[in-house]
Design a protein around this ligand. Structure first.
Ligand code: NAD
Ligand code: UD1
Length: 339
């Protein structure tokens, strides 16, 4: 299928590109490199042993996107591009609404112009908010508790309204849980700029010696060991979920929201110990107060992905830690040239 991928140079986009190319999809990607490096594309091409076209462009730039759509004529779009930092979204709400909502609307308008009817959208488990029950099923109430989460919920609604205008349109809203890990080659992985907000990149920077210790945000939650519990999903499983979603929307019409998670909850301390085992490195940590806005626990009900998409996560916590460590130790400075 001819697939336009927005944000293809980012963490999830780059891993998905490898899988799409391996499955022989014809790919064009657009990225403004605001949170990634063009070097990623060299590595994706080496890993997949295939080339693809890309353009440095902003999804909010209607003229640039219009030329790309008319030239490539995609049959489907996978929309990763957007801003994703929860803390920053609270400080700069208008920027987040501008980037994430306008980007999505502009894409849908361009799709209409060339009669492209299929979209896979990067949503997030953040759309659920404070759990009324766990695991979250897709019909759990949607009450995001931060601006970032609202950009995801409202994008879901915009896409659903767009799809409702024509019964031949089809949209898959993928609600990711906590993506971690790296390609098992160690060639591509997560490369956050500045101090990582998320647990896994922070742990791996402690392991490589870039940070002295991990701050564990709270050990008094009502969880198995008092630390926060999440559903961590290997990035390669997440990537294959996108290819399954593409297959699905090419054969079915309408809108579906689907969780992509493992269905298993893992605590912060369990992850620390798994990383120590996988890397052979000691991870020092200090217990700190809870982080504002953090939930005690959440994990996915992943049965809908299994029935609808015939997709199930296959990688273990050990794989997630071992692959993160391979990427981190082979690329201590991420995609920056090694000093
Ligand atoms: P990322 O920042 O690594 O990738 C996003 C990519 O989009 C980057 O390469 C960035 O340069 C590009 N980009 C941003 N704004 C753009 C614009 N206006 N025009 C063109 N390109 C633009 O993030 P990621 O972790 O790969 O996340 C991808 C998507 O998945 C995002 O929409 C994110 O909100 C969503 N998501 C991520 C997570 C996660 O934990 N990583 C969880 C749930 C949902
Ligand atoms: C966060 C975002 C969520 C986003 C997700 C992307 C918040 C409130 N939520 O989720 O919207 O979709 O990232 O993966 O920011 N932890 C530590 N020390 C650290 C970092 C994290 O103890 O240095 C703990 C947290 O308290 C939490 C767990 O590790 O219990 C996971 O945290 P994180 O990786 O940031 O993910 P989420 O908070 O689940």
């Amino acid at each position: 299928m001819r697939v336009l991928v927005t944000g293809g140079s980012g963490y999830i986009g780059s891993h998905t590109l490898v899988t799409l190319l391996q499955e022989r999809h014809d790919v064009f990607t657009v990225d403004n490199f605001s949170n990634s490096s063009p070097e990623t594309f060299n590595r994706v091409m080496r890993l997949s042993n295939q080339t693809f076209d890309f353009e440095e462009a902003d999804v909010n730039d209607a003229d640039a996107m219009s030329s790309i759509f008319s030239a490539f004529e995609p049959e489907a779009v996978i929309h990763f591009a957007g801003l994703k930092a929860v803390g920053e979204s609270e400080e700069k709400p208008l920027l987040y609404y501008q980037e994430n909502l306008n980007g999505t609307m502009n894409l849908l308008a361009q799709m209409d112009k060339i009669n492209c009817r299929n979209i896979v959208f990067s949503s997030s488990a953040t759309v659920y908010g404070i759990p009324e029950f766990l695991p979250y099923t897709e019909d759990h109430p949607l009450n995001p508790i931060n601006v970032y989460g609202r950009t995801k919920l409202w994008s879901e609604q915009i896409i659903s309204d767009w799809a409702a205008t024509d019964p031949s349109k089809s949209a898959m809203l993928l609600r990711y849980f906590n993506p971690v890990g790296a390609h098992d080659s160690g060639q591509i992985g997560e490369d956050p700029s500045g101090i990582p907000n998320n647990l896994m990149p922070f742990i791996s920077q402690v392991a490589i010696g870039r940070r002295p210790y991990l701050n564990v945000f709270g050990d008094d939650f009502d969880t198995k060991d008092g630390t926060g519990v999440r559903d961590y999903i290997h990035i390669s499983d997440l990537a294959s979920g996108h290819v399954k979603a593409l297959d699905y929307i090419s054969q079915h019409k309408g809108v579906e929201a689907v969780n992509l998670g493992t269905g298993e909850g893992v605590s912060v301390l369990e992850m620390v110990h798994a990383f120590e085992t996988a890397s052979g490195q000691k991870i020092d940590y200090k217990i700190m107060p809870r982080r504002k806005g953090d939930l005690a626990a959440n994990w996915a009900d992943s049965r809908k992905a299994e029935t609808l998409l015939n997709w199930k996560a296959t990688k273990t916590i050990h794989d997630m830690c071992a692959d993160t460590w391979r990427w981190q130790s082979q690329n201590p400075n991420g995609y920056e040239p090694q000093s």
